[in-house]
Ligand binder design. Sequence first.
Ligand SMILES: Nc1ncnc2c1ncn2[C@@H]1O[C@H](COP(=O)(O)OP(=O)(O)O)[C@@H](O)[C@H]1O
Ligand SMILES: [Mg+2]
Length: 239
Amino acid sequence: MIRVENLHKSFDGNQVLKGVSFEVEPGEVVALVGGSGTGKSVLLKHIAGLLEPDKGRVLVDGKEVARLKGRELLKLRERLGFLFQGGALFDSMTVYENVAFPLKEKTKLKEPEIRKRVRQELENVGLLGSEEKYPSQISGGMVKRAALARALIQEPEIMLFDEPTTGLDPVIGHAILELIHNCHKRLSFTGIIVTHEIPKIFAYVNRVLMLHKGELRADATPEELLSSEDPVIRAFVRG
Ligand SMILES: Nc1ncnc2c1ncn2[C@@H]1O[C@H](COP(=O)(O)OP(=O)(O)O)[C@@H](O)[C@H]1O
Ligand SMILES: [Mg+2]
């Protein structure tokens, strides 16, 4: 379970998060929405242990992320997959090498097992046949699929997706959301999807968190958001 309690974060006097609290239940996937620059990526980075709160805390399965050290922090990193905004792959590595990278870095698996797992993961995201291509030789949608395969290869219990469809054309973006949905059915991870895909995302989640001016303006079902009388929420839902 992910639990965020009264999270505060500033950068050089710029107050980005001003006391954000919410929970995500085991196996649940929620959407995190909000205008550009409202701290969505900053929030995810606290959950992954990449940033430390100024005040408040983030708990994963009851353990405070900012206090994890050494082996415990490594263990969290193994259990957690992060699809970064931009979904960057390593340009100098092939698709195969990119997807194999976490297994080579973080496990002691032997080459034949790695090969099998990478092929399976590439098949799951529809990229078999593109193993030897470099990122510059494939489309933006394929780069995202490969980044997704790399984030999922260790079968994480927690998945953080930071704008998985931004910059893709709508049809391909929709295919990526379907892919995430299917991966969730297979792996049952606990997840947060940062997205601007409103209302499309409403078909995939039961709960939406909305950040506005450093605070959580909504923690609601899609239906509640759509019928909300809050002018900020209305403006956002109507784009
Ligand atoms: N490492 C950092 N150092 C300084 N400012 C940062 C840093 N990371 C994010 N910010 C600032 O925090 C604010 C929120 O950023 P971000 O979380 O990336 O927004 P978004 O909701 O678009 O993902 C922005 O004003 C950004 O400039
Ligand atoms: Mg962001």
